[in-house]
Design a protein around this ligand. Structure first.
Ligand code: 3HC
Length: 692
């Protein structure tokens, strides 16, 4: 085949010709998002090739690492200046020459919608295609909900669009999303060959919108949609987009294409202006911002980590060891006694065995992981470890003694990390001769499951240690958030006021189950009292020796109601640990309130939420004021991944902005809490808290 001749390059678009086939290549790094600039390039490029009498077919592709990865998420609120995506799709569907899209990388969202408006699609075998808009609180708004069901049928479209999970090229071919797959990197050559066959064979212009055949079978099949809604009600609860997606696909099945498109546009319009989508789009960028640490020395490269040492084989140490094993590291696990070591190892094996039983892990994988784990009793075995993570008893003198010892044993290049949840990292680091190599790695329990990892920077922690810790977090598949030293760091400190407010509130009227119900309706996966019962009331700040029967927790603990493990705490539990409101706990609460002269009154869910979560907003803003968190969005990310703060609320900072900061400030003052300076200033100046 002749080589292509470049006709023109203007902005993001390059036009070329290979014989009678025109090639339009868009180059807009990093991911060829369909910004206004890209849409203009597409619009003009397509029109130029369509007007060129010597061009008989068009191949559309991208330069760089991927086909269009979607609409440009940062431009949703930007006023339109020039042709938009709809205008581009109009040109494509009106074309009288075959257009072949050459897909590679990640053809997502609007990117796949562009491809669906082409007449044919060729994909590199490692390409991923999908409509992930639901994850941004949106639906595919450029015809995706109408065209994809025509290619794959309603049931497959519900799965693909409802969950937004991209599929590989092989699956896309089997489903009918693409027409051909080719070797990796050969998509342009394959699309050109495809175009040649289309020209020579005088193939018809195959517009997806014209073929209803796959949808006819589902016309009138209301059960399909009802079942999808029912099956996924739990997963979709609180999110706005899934329901609109189902409605749009219902419209694709029931209505002619043009009417379906109108319905899609209306449903998209509802979402794009919704609080939920604003929050989810913000989270998309916040998740990416969190890994960027301004001010690190440019030469601060991450150290190479191969062998990891974990000290302490309790619940945390075991979980941390598993997280490291899962990421492929070699792990040495140290305990003080054979018994504790055997217990820890037993726990690790049991956890992996449970994954095998559920079919998530093979028996061979289990053995391979355990083969990388060396259990020992001698601390000296950590001599060669590149990173040592301490997960021992949470008491300062225990930690400082350990760090002094580790400092002597570890090789000079080793990083020393503490998993402390509350203690002062600087004091721990001061026990070593090299505080610059000490960092906090605060895992959340269960450490092998929870996505949040707080990386705590001590006063002297080296930049390269921070870079190493961030890279380690990424390798573990965690969302690593940088925190400064304070009691509780970011997530625990920000959420502490919620617990305190909940404990105070139950003396004023709402009972634990009322509070928990309000929190779950807000979107938390669990209520605060259920959580305390799960953890154990005896281990969260109760001491039998000093208990004075004054608080509800003291009274519950004194009565042996330590939570789930004792069959009762705030709730009663049956043998399957199913919770029911406890009349015993209700009586204790009543008695404690009466002893303090308090009379119960009614609260709405909204009042309960304000009471519990406004103080979290205030504490979060304090974390910014004190420089503990780098950015407001880091706090939101920490609470989404550490505490299950619903992603469609965007975390406390975004949520506070959506509620209105003046209202939050007034709500705090009504609770006799002084709003901190950043919160007051933002409320007064109209600045958005989530942008700080
Ligand atoms: N718009 C704007 N910026 C985007 C973007 C998009 N659609 N997709 C990615 N980016 C940016 C990221 O913010 C990041 O910027 P940064 O370097 O400044 O932080 C950069 O591109 C690279 O992204 P990642 O760090 O995520 O790179 P990865 O290689 O890990 O992942 C990806 C690439 C799979 C494309 C991933 O970025 C992704 O999933 N993007 C979003 C895809 C998506 O949701 N598309 C649908 C958009 S909505 C839509 O199309 C509406 C339509 O129906 C009308």
């Amino acid at each position: 085949m002749d080589s292509a001749t470049v006709i023109s390059t203007s902005g993001v678009a390059q036009l070329a010709r290979r014989g009678d086939i025109g090639i339009l290549t868009i180059d807009s790094p990093p991911v060829n998002a369909l910004s206004q600039k890209v849409c203009a390039g597409l619009y003009e490029g397509l029109n130029a090739l369509l007007a060129d009498a010597g061009v008989r077919a068009i191949v559309l592709t991208c330069a760089g690492r991927t086909f269009f990865a979607g609409a440009d998420i940062s431009e949703f609120n930007k006023p339109l200046d020039g042709p938009d995506l709809y205008a581009v799709l109009g040109v494509m569907e009106g074309a009288q020459k075959p257009i072949i899209a050459a897909l590679f990388g990640t053809a997502l969202g609007g990117g796949l919608e562009v491809a669906l408006a082409a007449h044919y699609r060729v994909a590199s075998q490692n390409a991923m295609v999908g409509l992930p808009e639901v994850q941004l609180g949106l639906l595919p708004g450029a015809g995706g909900t109408q065209r994809l069901p025509r290619l794959v049928g309603a049931a497959a479209a519900l799965e693909m669009i409802g969950f937004g999970k991209p599929v590989g090229a092989g699956r896309a071919l089997a489903l009918g999303v693409v027409d051909e797959i080719c070797a990796e990197g050969a998509q342009l050559a394959a699309a050109l060959a495809f175009a040649r066959r289309a020209i020579d064979g005088k193939w018809p212009l195959r517009r997806v919108q014209d073929d209803d055949s796959k949808l006819l079978a589902d016309r009138g099949n209301t059960a399909l949609f009802a079942e999808f809604r029912k099956k996924n009600a739990r997963a979709f609860a609180g999110f706005k987009a899934p329901e609109n997606i189902v409605k749009a696909i219902e419209a694709a099945v029931a209505l002619p294409f043009a009417e379906g498109m109108k319905r899609e546009a209306a449903l998209f319009g509802e979402l794009v202006t919704s609080d939920e989508s604003e929050a989810q789009r913000y989270v998309f960028f916040a998740e990416r911002a969190v890994s960027k640490i301004p001010g690190l020395a440019p030469q601060a490269a991450p150290r190479k980590l191969a062998g990891i040492g974990v000290v302490g084989a309790g619940t945390m140490g075991g979980g941390i060891a598993m997280a490291c094993l899962d990421a492929g590291y070699v792990v040495t696990l140290v305990e003080q006694t054979q018994e504790a070591l055997a217990r820890g190892l037993g726990g690790i094996r049991r956890n992996y065995q449970a994954a095998v039983d559920k079919g998530r892990l093979s028996a061979a994988q289990l053995e391979e992981k355990l083969a990388r784990l060396t259990p020992v009793l001698e601390m000296e075995a950590l001599r060669d470890a590149d990173l040592i993570i301490e997960a021992v008893f949470e008491r300062m003198e225990v930690k400082t003694a350990l760090f002094a010892k580790l400092d002597a044993i570890a090789k000079p290049s080793a990083v020393l990390a503490s998993n402390t949840s509350f203690l002062d990292l600087n004091e721990i680091a001061a026990a070593t001769r090299h505080p610059e190599r000490v960092v906090g790695l605060h895992f959340f329990s269960p450490a092998n499951v929870m996505k949040l990892l707080e990386i705590v920077r001590g006063a002297q922690t080296g930049d390269d240690i921070i870079a190493t810790a961030m890279a380690f977090g990424r390798k573990l598949g965690k969302i690593a958030v940088l925190a400064g030293v304070c009691h509780g760091f970011i997530a625990n400190r920000a959420m502490h006021p919620r617990t305190a407010a909940a404990e105070a509130l139950i003396l004023e009227g709402p009972l634990p189950w009322d509070v928990d119900r309000a929190l779950m309706a807000y979107g938390f996966p669990m209520g605060v009292f259920s959580m305390m019962d799960l953890v154990g009331l005896d281990v969260i700040g109760w001491d039998a020796a000093t208990s004075k029967s004054e608080t509800v927790q003291e009274r519950l603990c004194e009565a042996g109601r330590w939570g789930q493990k004792r069959g009762g705490g705030y709730y009663d539990y049956d043998e399957k640990r199913v919770a029911t409101p406890s009349p015993v706990a209700a009586r204790i609460i009543h008695d404690v309130a009466a002893a303090r002269g308090m009379k119960p009154r009614g609260f709405t869910d909204e009042q309960i939420i304000a009471r519990l979560l406004y103080p979290v907003v205030n504490e979060s803003a304090k974390l910014l004021e004190e420089g503990i968190a780098l950015r407001a969005s880091d706090i939101d990310i920490a609470l989404i991944y550490g505490y299950g703060w619903p992603v469609y609320r965007g975390g406390p900072m975004m949520w506070a902005d959506q509620v209105g900061l003046a209202k939050v400030v007034a709500g705090l003052e009504a609770q006799n809490i002084t709003p901190c300076a950043p919160l007051r200033e933002a409320a007064a100046t109209g600045r958005k808290l989530h942008t700080l």
